[in-house]
Design a protein around this ligand. Structure first.
Ligand SMILES: CC(C)(COP(=O)(O)OP(=O)(O)OC[C@H]1O[C@@H](n2cnc3c(N)ncnc32)[C@H](O)[C@@H]1OP(=O)(O)O)[C@@H](O)C(=O)NCCC(=O)NCCS
Length: 334
């Protein structure tokens, strides 16, 4: 059976740099640079400017990924778009991106809603479609605009300081003979923890979907039980990394580079320590991006390329955990 590989990656971070000092200056938020750095490792994150959308960022990231893959837009046959913060609830961002990148022809576009695991879910779908010979070249993009939906008061400070906006994309295509491509993947969800990190409103489960009362109560902002998320993230990221390695018949020592989701530097340090992966074999971007959810893994990939940490045929372990709860891992050859 043929295999799929990543041919190129791209990323985009919006221009508004928000430091911890900027957040500290918002009195109602009641936070500090010291608290944020100590608990999360984050120093700065980026926010979109007024009028700038997820699809705007996706377009930049995709153009860069195409350039790095040395492909033209004409060769792309399918779009997979992962985000938990779509520009609009109807239709999904995939259609808007199709119009931006391919205004003169139609292209299938699939929207993926798996939060921080969204990119790895999307990667697994892209791999399957290429293996099944349905398509040759697929554009996979993850974007997130968090900043327009955060609670900048003390009530929301635990969530607000963590997140940043951004986009990351890759182009996938058939791997040449002898290249291992995407080797194995493992996907999980456990909905009994859905309410430990969620955004309740607007909700089609309620009529009306939103009201003035709900807004007054701040129930249109994301809510999180940070300690529960932290504990599960460490356990599940270690577990699923071992699972995907076992599926591929590989061991931790075979991994050349580990790209974990970026939710909290302390989570990643604990995961790496439990897996026995040295710091030199891991890339972290959280210090300067915050948590960019579905955009995180491709942003890390771009950073690994920039740092010269990725060589042809290197074994790459991607692992993520997020709301749902969902968690996932992919092992691939670069
Ligand atoms: C959010 C997180 C950083 C909080 O760190 P923590 O050490 O667990 O802190 P706690 O939630 O126990 O809160 C400790 C104190 O800090 C306070 N606090 C919370 N957020 C704060 C902030 N931004 N600034 C200042 N103080 C804050 C709390 O109110 C609490 O105060 P109290 O002791 O007076 O009640 C941590 O739980 C975490 O990273 N969880 C996982 C988050 C995550 O991964 N989310 C995305 C999933 S992909």
């Amino acid at each position: 059976m043929r295999k799929a590989r990543i041919l190129g990656s791209g990323m985009y971070l919006p221009g508004r740099l928000i430091t911890n000092a900027d957040l500290e200056a918002i009195k109602e938020l009641d936070t500090s640079d010291e608290w944020i750095q100590q608990r999360t490792g984050i120093k700065v994150r980026r926010y979109v400017s007024d009028g700038e959308s997820g699809v705007d960022m996706a377009e930049h990231a995709c153009r860069q990924a195409l350039e790095n893959a040395r492909l033209t837009r004409d060769e792309i046959e399918f779009i997979i778009y992962a985000t938990m913060s779509p520009d609009y609830f109807l239709p999904g961002n995939g259609c808007f991106l199709q119009d931006r990148l391919f205004p003169h022809r139609t292209v299938g576009a699939l929207d993926v809603r798996n939060q921080c695991s969204g990119f790895i879910y999307g990667l697994t779908v892209a791999d399957s479609l290429i293996r099944a010979n349905l398509y040759d070249y697929i554009l996979l993009v993850g974007t997130e605009v968090h900043s327009t939906g955060l609670d900048f008061t003390r009530e929301g400070r635990d969530v607000t300081v963590l997140f940043g906006d951004g986009a990351g994309a890759v182009v996938l295509g058939p791997a040449p003979d002898g290249h291992a491509g995407v080797i194995a993947s493992a996907l999980h969800s456990e909905g009994k923890f859905a309410r430990e990190l969620w955004l309740e409103f607007p909700a089609s489960a309620c009529n009306p979907r939103i009201s003035h009362d709900i807004i007054d109560q701040g129930r249109h902002y994301p809510k999180m039980n940070g300690r529960v998320v932290f504990k599960h993230a460490v356990t599940r990221m270690v577990e699923v990394s071992h699972e995907v390695l076992a599926k591929a018949g590989k061991e931790i020592g075979d991994v050349d580079l580990f790209l974990p989701h970026q939710a909290n530097l302390r989570i990643n340090q604990m995961v790496a320590a439990q897996l026995g992966i040295p710091a030199a074999k891991m890339v972290n971007t959280i210090e300067w991006t915050g948590n960019t959810t579905a955009a995180t893994i491709p942003i890390c990939m771009c950073e690994a390329v920039t740092q010269g940490k990725l060589k042809e045929n290197d074994l790459l372990l991607l692992t993520a955990f997020g709301a749902g709860f969902t968690w996932a891992s992919v092992l691939l050859s670069w």
